[in-house]
Ligand binder design. Structure first.
Ligand SMILES: Cc1cc2nc3c(=O)[nH]c(=O)nc-3n(C[C@H](O)[C@H](O)[C@H](O)COP(=O)(O)OP(=O)(O)OC[C@H]3O[C@@H](n4cnc5c(N)ncnc54)[C@H](O)[C@@H]3O)c2cc1C
Length: 501
């Protein structure tokens, strides 16, 4: 029988986290709360933390709660609306909020306003069919208390008060509708990551090495891992070892997982999709919008390409983004190499990767159409959400890079996954996080899964359960129970996180 590692306060077990993004930072804070004496080393290839996907400008900062993202509810063949995914996502975000509220209560972060702000979430559609879908979605969601307070309107006058830019200059004959959830949030995941890392650096036995790129991982006979790194400043090779490794390298996770050679990594491949935003540079326009408006993805578009006109609060300043526009690049990281994709193709994942390509022809077509877009095409897309838009008020900026997971299905064919995938070694000595959706919003529940899968005995111990419940009172409650608990949890977290409107 494979024995999982048991961590104790005074053991000299060494924990290595690869990457200084939101995932590693969250895992490190959780581990230090559970066992303050343990030793954690974080290796980051860039010269600062949170400079890839977790950076505020590299993601949309939406606190994903399924309030506005239409892809989290699906209409079934019998006409009913499946809201189970929406409930799970909304409940997962409540877990993250509880953890962040704990960070504020412990005074690890000075002010919640620096990273989380109240920005209403709207879904907006046009055309008879889409309006009927939205109404059906609204009726189904509002049966759950998690979506209590959601409003629906197909009255253009009402919609004008909710989102003046979207309604200004719109064809009056067009049928439109929106839902609005006032308790939506915008999160600066970059600030949050930096703040957690700053806190970690004040603790004993935590070391952060910047400019250190992990190049290889090799399992040793004693069960530990030998890690080969490149010091990118001195250009020399460093070798270290660890009893537990978390690969939280964002787009860089797949190549490292492959290098680990663990059996569980077999069949995984990755497909990079880059993102771009139109960023508003006209202060007058920025001030006229105060919500996140999410639309419907076009046919073949991956779920993360749902267009949205998005108010952001970044470093205390209100911003306005539209996008994302998808692009294709063979890089796995924004600061990566064009050889990332070709180098990730190995014998074991070649068939799944080819099959995923074959089965996703609409996606391929969509990406080709996106990559060949002109400035005028992008303006046209923006005008669907802001009819009076002029290109001179916007500039194109590069968002982050996502690597969508490709994995074998039951028939050994490849499928493209749009979610997040946690891959753990059977002995719990290594975990890797692949994929990017719903992303940073679910950092806390996903890192709790790492604790549960890799440190099972600790996780089930009375000591860890008590501490975890102090941090996250609703830990391990079934998603459905959040319906009953949500009012209580939200009152507490919204109060601590200063989210009460
Ligand atoms: C366009 C876009 C929009 C998004 N919108 C949202 C949103 O609205 N809401 C949401 O919740 N999520 C969103 N996400 C997803 C979210 O940004 C990610 O899920 C999250 O930031 C991932 O965090 P991470 O810590 O895993 O990765 P990252 O933040 O990318 O961190 C990984 C770190 O590992 C480092 N690294 C990589 N390879 C190595 C190596 N070999 N050695 C050492 N270090 C290495 C990298 O430099 C990086 O600093 C979006 C993502 C994109 C791209």
């Amino acid at each position: 029988m494979i024995k999982h590692m048991n961590l104790t306060e005074n053991s000299n077990r060494k924990i290595v986290l690869i990457g200084a993004g939101i995932m590693s930072a969250t895992l490190a804070v959780l581990l230090k709360e559970l066992l303050p004496g343990i030793s954690i080393t974080i290796f980051e290839r860039l010269n600062k933390p949170a400079d890839e996907s977790s950076d505020a400008w590299n993601n949309a900062g939406t606190g994903h709660s399924a309030f506005c993202e239409l892809n989290y509810t699906t209409e079934q063949e019998d006409g009913s609306m499946d809201i189970s995914k929406a409930i799970k996502i909304a409940a997962q975000f409540e877990i993250s909020k509880q953890f962040w509220a704990y960070l504020i209560q412990q005074q690890y972060i000075a002010s919640p306003k620096d990273f989380i702000n109240h920005v209403p979430h709207l879904s907006f559609v046009w055309g008879d069919e889409n309006v009927a879908f939205l109404k059906k979605r609204f009726d189904a969601l509002t049966k759950s208390k998690l979506f209590g307070g959601m409003q629906f309107s197909d009255d253009p006058q009402q919609l004008k008060t909710w989102m003046p830019l979207v309604m200004q200059g719109r064809n009056a004959a067009e049928k439109v509708a929106a839902t609005k959830m006032d308790i939506g949030t915008d999160v600066n995941f970059g600030f949050l990551t930096d703040a957690m890392i700053t806190h970690l650096e004040t603790l004993d036995n935590v070391k952060l090495y910047l400019n250190h790129e992990v190049r290889d991982l090799e399992k040793q006979d004693d069960g530990s891992w030998e890690i080969t790194l490149k010091n990118l400043v001195r250009n020399d090779t460093v070798i270290t070892n660890a009893d537990f490794v978390f690969i939280g390298a964002g787009g860089g996770s797949l190549p490292l997982l492959q290098k680990s050679g663990i059996e569980e990594a077999e069949g995984y491949g990755g497909f990079p999709v880059s993102g771009q935003w139109l960023k508003c540079i006209n202060e007058d326009i920025i001030q006229q919008h105060a919500v996140k408006v999410y639309g419907k993805a076009s046919v073949g578009a991956p779920p993360m390409s749902i267009p949205h006109l998005d108010t952001r609060i970044i470093n205390g300043k209100k911003e306005l983004l539209f996008g994302p526009f998808a692009g294709f690049s063979t890089k796995f990281l924004k600061h990566g190499s064009y050889f990332d994709l070709p180098k990730s193709i190995e014998w074991h994942n070649m068939v799944p990767m080819l099959a995923a390509g074959w089965h996703n022809l609409p996606l391929t077509k969509y990406l080709i159409q996106q990559v060949t877009q002109s400035e005028q095409d992008r303006l046209q897309a923006l005008k669907e959400y802001f009819p009076a838009a002029k290109m001179e008020d916007w500039e194109l900026v590069i968002a982050g890079q996502r690597v969508q997971v490709i994995k074998k299905d039951e028939r050994e064919h490849g499928v493209l996954e749009f979610g997040t995938e946690l891959v753990c070694a059977a002995d719990g000595s290594l975990a890797a996080l692949l994929g990017a959706s719903p992303g940073a919003s679910t950092a806390v529940p996903v890192m709790i899964s790492v604790l549960k899968k890799c440190f099972t005995a600790n996780f089930n111990s009375q000591q860890w359960q008590a501490k975890l419940k102090e941090i996250i009172p609703t830990l391990e409650k079934p998603w459905a129970e959040y319906e009953l608990l949500c009012q209580e949890i939200r009152e507490w977290t919204n109060d601590v996180l200063e989210l009460n409107a």
